[in-house]
Design a protein around this ligand. Structure first.
Ligand SMILES: Cc1ncc(COP(=O)(O)O)c(C=O)c1O
Length: 380
């Protein structure tokens, strides 16, 4: 292959064709919460069957809203994996809370539910499971533990839209769920996110926190004649133009997921023989989970990983590692705690390779990627 096969290529669609017409006729706004945002909130509420869905400008924003809603205060602890994006932990640290990291499972790279109970103490207030690669964490176990110890569950479903656990959409299982529409995700709007509010207790406050701590949303509904400052909050709304882009993507979400799953399945069957030869490990999808084809990863010998990435790049294939574990990062050491060993987290972080995954990646390119991977593995 002559041209570089990039790791990601955003699936670019267009703005809703009626956006400027609607704008000129005063039927939507340029700022947030106009026609398109409301339509998407309804779309997400129907999809998740949740009490409330609120579009935000990022998943990071939705996670920060979750931390405020769960009343995370100084010294409160929140259990989560170390193998995640910084935003999962940052949301807690920004409130003065302490993320307590638990090791992950090697098959899904999700938090190991068997170690959660050991991490609970008097200060524990919540659990944030991350659905890595759009594959659910073991949610029945997590919800049962949370019920027993009266903890909140806020799902980090940044990668999880269109994935499900025992038939329930990811993001709709815990008290709260956060989605990302960042350009690296399956359904995109450049930057973007959403908060799904499943616990009724949080509905009223979620709208206030999202509107800079004011009751502006009920003012817009005409229920009061002035809006005022009622609580802490920030500006978490996306601009309407972002929503006008996202609506088209959401309307294509079934097609996008189907195409990604087909690419994922191609890799999975083509890589079986390399797994049988003991050269790689493939991801495992638990029976309870339907995933969305967000990431195809393999695990290789950790001291060979960087060489493999380099060799494939020399052959015009861009593959990448993923998260640097948070527990050993500069901020992680300063602000967070660990519970038990981080062996699997360290092993997976050092062994993972993510393969190119985007709509339009042809079977010829996939065959080339797998061939080059096999040649590289055999020659190392
Ligand atoms: C697990 C996880 N959580 C949160 C985020 C943050 O999402 P956003 O970029 O929409 O703020 C990401 C982004 O990659 C993520 O992978």
């Amino acid at each position: 292959m002559k041209d570089l096969i990039t790791f990601n290529k955003p699936f670019v669609t267009s703005l809703d064709e009626d956006f400027f017409n609607k704008l000129n006729r005063g039927l939507t706004s340029l700022s947030g919460d106009g026609f398109y945002t409301k339509k998407i909130n309804k779309w997400l509420e129907n999809y998740t069957k949740s009490n409330k869905a609120l579009l935000t400008h990022s998943c990071t924003a939705a996670l920060e809203m979750s931390a405020i809603l769960m009343n995370i205060n100084a010294g409160d602890e929140v259990i989560m994996p170390s193998y995640t994006f910084v935003s999962t932990a940052n949301a807690i640290v920004l409130r003065g809370g302490i993320p307590r990291f638990v090791d992950i499972r090697e098959d899904t790279l999700n938090i190991d539910e068997n170690y959660i109970e050991n991490a609970i103490n008097k200060k524990t207030k919540a659990i944030i499971p991350v659905h890595y690669a759009g594959v659910s964490a073991e949610m029945d176990t997590i919800i049962n533990i949370a019920k027993e110890y009266r903890l909140f569950v806020a799902e980090d479903a940044a990668q999880g839209l269109m994935g499900s656990y025992k038939g329930k959409p990811l993001g709709a299982i815990g008290d709260l769920g956060s989605f990302s529409f960042h350009e690296t995700k399956n359904i995109i709007s450049g930057e973007g996110g959403a908060l799904i509010v499943n616990n009724e207790e949080f509905i009223e406050r979620s709208e206030i926190i999202r509107e800079k701590g004011t009751n502006r949303s009920i003012y817009i509904k005409g229920e009061i004649d002035k809006y005022t400052w009622c609580d802490i909050g920030s500006s978490y709304l996306p601009a309407e133009i972002v929503s006008a882009f996202l609506l088209n993507q959401l309307n294509l979400s079934k097609r996008i997921t189907k195409e990604r799953l087909s690419i994922w399945n191609n890799y999975h069957s083509m890589l079986l023989s390399l797994e049988k030869k003991g050269l790689i490990k493939r991801p495992k999808i638990p029976n309870e989970c339907k995933h969305n084809g967000h990431i195809y990863f393999i695990l290789v010998e950790k001291n060979k990983r960087d060489k493999i990435i380099q060799k494939l790049f020399e052959n015009n294939i861009q593959v990448t590692s993923h998260y640097e574990p948070l527990h050993s990062s500069k901020a992680g050491i300063k602000y967070c705690q660990i519970s038990g060993s981080m062996n699997k987290t360290n092993y997976c972080a050092n062994s993972i390779i993510r393969l190119p995954m985007w709509i339009g990646l042809t079977i010829e390119k996939q065959i080339y990627i797998v061939d080059m991977l096999e040649k590289t593995l055999k020659n190392l």
